[in-house]
Design a protein around this ligand. Structure first.
Ligand SMILES: Cc1cc2nc3c(=O)[nH]c(=O)nc-3n(C[C@H](O)[C@H](O)[C@H](O)COP(=O)(O)OP(=O)(O)OC[C@H]3O[C@@H](n4cnc5c(N)ncnc54)[C@H](O)[C@@H]3O)c2cc1C
Length: 341
């Protein structure tokens, strides 16, 4: 019988898996489901919007023809609400249900927003999607001021690009600064110093009291801290790392902790469901715990391993070395997460 591989997620992991599934099972049906409206594009390159005249076409990783030639059906604008592991089907928000013979969950991560800031969510600008990035570009005046809350590696990548383009960046540092790098207190001090040298204004140990809309004719945002200090800015952006996007797996019977739990072969506790990318926590025999591995190369490798195992191989994830953040000879911060192909 022809296999129907369904992949939830149109990112690096899902697309890498689809490519290997097609090579290894030429007769199969492959369907990628995504909540997004665009084909697979590189979010890593979104900071280019600030220094190049480009649009969404410039970010696409594969041309449209690639999907036709490889018979990979991409269902866009389709939000998965539930997975029924017993019936081997998934439900979409628009009430459609799709059956699978094997399912790969590669739904990535969503922007993490600490609970104490949730009331201010409508006043915060994200940078997680092409449309969100365009919005920031469009509202930011020349040499405008951006306040970054947290400062994970995605935010710091944007910060260095903004500084190079003449914008002002203020970083309100928190425990998520440099996420997902593991940084000890001495390293943190040095890295924050290097950020200051790069032109980022760093604020530490500050608790936000409130974020408000600016008065007409003034800066669009006003942040008040509990010590009475205040900042006016054009844009305020949260960068507190990512949370696995796996709510739709609730009630599916598959084990999860923060992400979907998988063995080193990337199979979940259900024999027909696999997971790869930012959504999964892989068993690490060395550390005796499940853990996340981020970054383009790691996630791509997971997509390949899952696809190969879904088609009969038995290969395993080997613990990757932790990416270290460092300061180069020009006093610039470098993160291996910023390297991708
Ligand atoms: C703006 C941005 C920039 C980044 N830059 C870097 C970087 O420079 N370096 C780095 O190492 N990492 C970076 N990352 C992290 C990086 O995204 C990941 O490590 C990697 O790309 C994750 O790939 P993925 O395939 O697991 O998931 P993603 O690329 O996040 O893809 C998830 C897919 O799942 C879909 N999805 C989620 N939930 C549902 C649902 N319920 N129904 C249907 N579809 C759903 C989404 O629409 C999306 O298509 C960045 C992340 C963001 C958000």
């Amino acid at each position: 019988m022809t296999e129907h591989y369904v992949i939830i997620g149109n990112g690096v992991a899902g697309n890498e898996a689809a490519c290997h599934l097609r090579q290894r099972d030429p007769e199969s049906r492959i369907t990628i489901i995504t909540a997004g409206r665009l084909l697979f594009y590189s979010r890593y390159e979104l900071p280019r919007l600030f220094h190049e005249d480009c649009d969404w076409r410039d970010f696409l990783v594969n041309p449209v023809e690639y999907y036709v030639e490889n018979r990979i059906n991409v269902r866009r604008n389709s939000f998965v609400t539930h997975v029924d592991a017993q019936r081997k089907s998934i439900n979409l928000a628009h009430k459609e249900s799709i059956s699978y013979s094997q399912l790969l969950v590669a739904s990535g991560g969503a922007t993490n927003l600490p609970a104490e800031l949730s009331d201010f969510a409508p006043l915060l600008n994200r940078f997680n999607l092409y449309t969100a990035a365009c919005q920031v570009r469009d509202i930011l005046p020349k040499k405008g001021k951006v306040v970054m809350l947290g400062g994970d590696v995605l935010g710091l990548d944007l910060a260095r690009n903004l500084i190079n383009e003449g914008y002002q960046v203020i970083l309100v540092a928190t425990e998520q600064t440099f996420w997902p790098h593991r940084v000890d207190p001495d390293e943190r001090k040095l890295l924050l110093g290097a950020l200051t040298d790069m032109g980022v204004e760093v604020i530490e140990n500050a608790k936000i009291e409130t974020i408000q809309e600016g008065a007409p004719g003034m800066s669009a945002r006003h942040i008040l801290f509990d010590d009475g200090c205040e900042i006016f800015a054009d844009v305020v952006m949260p960068f507190f790392g990512l949370l696995p996007a796996a709510d739709f797996m609730m009630g599916s019977g598959v084990d999860f902790e923060r992400g979907l739990l998988v063995g080193t072969n990337l199979r979940t506790t259900d024999p027909s469901i696999w997971a790869a990318g930012d959504v999964c926590q892989i068993w690490s025999p060395e550390e005796n715990q499940y853990r996340f591995y981020y970054g383009w190369q790691n996630v791509k490798k997971m997509g390949e391993i899952a696809a190969r195992n879904m088609t009969g191989d038995d290969i395993h994830w080997e613990t990757a070395t932790d990416h270290k953040m460092y300061i180069d000879e020009n006093r610039q911060i470098v993160s291996p997460y910023w390297e991708h192909d």
